[in-house]
Design a binder for this molecule. Sequence first.
Ligand code: NAD
Length: 489
Amino acid sequence: MSSSPRVDVDGVSVSPDHFINGERVASACTFEDRSPLDWTWKLADVARGGALEADLAVGAALAAFPAWSALSTSERGAYLERLATLIDRDVERIAHVECLDMAMLEESLRLRVIARGARNFRAYAQLARDYQARRWSSNGTENTVLRMPAGPTIVITPWNAPFMLSTWKCAPALAAGNTVVLKPAEWSPLSCSLLMDLVSEAAFPPGVVNVVQGLGEEVGTALVNDPRVRRISFTGSPETGRVIGEAAAKNLVPFTAELGGKGPFIVFADADLDAAAQKAAVMYDDGGQVCLAGTRLLVEESVRERFVELFEAATKRHQLGDSRDPATTVSPLIHPEHLARVEGFVERARANGDTVVFGGHVEREGGLWYRPTLIEPRSNDSEVVQREVFGPVLTLQTFTDEDDAVRLANSTRYGLSAIVYTSSGPRALRLGERLRAGTIWVNCFLVRDLTAPFGGTGISGIGREGGDYALDFYSDLKTLQIKEGTTHG
Ligand code: NAD
């Protein structure tokens, strides 16, 4: 099978090809990958897979499955740990390429996000080894719950934080004994290609981990409809989640979906208002392209004025600029189409009679930066309150008391995350019970323990990943029942 020459991406050599059965594979067609930092900068012509490449990759994953699934958790863990070490070694180059490819701030990629990929592999290597089968006696039998590797697994990821989100899914799938075909998003395909260089260097057996590049409607559709697939794990928009869910249902394949968010950011009068305002301003970082962000500011009426003053001051620290520059805090949006989508939300809000308090425009002609924007909606039904924008656009509403705060917080169809600022411990616990969201942060944001369940309610997702929840999802659980008195040995 032929492969293409590697591409020099600002000093880092990247393959624009697929990685199937341990080899680089080119396609007859390619698609252009451009940098959001400068849209005239073409980074690579990337292989554009279709039904043929999907078939090859799933075939390779199926062929590799018996041997990989027969290894012990310790043997598989050794591969995962080798990969983690190589990621740590290459953090700088992966961060640089991902910054050019999708414009997340390079410093945060370097210091946190890419290294989290290594942590994902280490954590799941250990968790799979530590599995304690549940055992108990009942009805005259000894019962044991065993995990059985499920089979070839499709992992489909979005363009924001593609490396970290892909490793978050590949690590538990591989640790559980499954083989993987990963399809990264077509707007930021390069860092997952670098991951495959490391998979190769870590000497994973051919076919255990594969990457196919291409468009969702083409190669993505072919992958999720392949009847040989035994798990599908998806992160992306609710619209695509529905389409993939239909394919999973058709083939009776277990499916998890981590989808969009429209999280509330609730500020009570008893909170440290300055800390709350500083954290609320963080929602504009990375151009607001963060699914977990609290984009609906809900502020107790009595402190509205003070909070808005502090919040406006905190947003003044933001610097729009090149994501490679450590002074930059707001990166450009990923793609001109996405910029137009964000602009569309703000234009429709204006037409609807919502008030743009600040921002509400593109930073400069030709660039993809959008000004941090705050909107006071006319009503809770306004589109900008009810739908995910996925850009630097927050809304501001007030509430009268705790019941009112909970009512507003739970009033969208999403349920991915919620952020609460209060100094009251009992209130924190009450809100934890009453808010409908997969993750609730009180007086903090983005703190994650990898063993905790992660996912969304409503249209924010189906199923949970994280810790043993993920290992259970990627396994078929079975119950072994042995009649008491059956001699051992
Ligand atoms: P998207 O749904 O457009 O695309 C996601 C992936 O699905 C891409 O790889 C795409 O190629 C693929 N795809 C598209 N159509 C497909 C099809 N018919 N069959 C198979 N695959 C297909 O999402 P996006 O624009 O890349 O990402 C942004 C969305 O992701 C936002 O809604 C954001 O909130 C969400 N997101 C959620 C989380 C989470 O953890 N819940 C994390 C990051 C992003």
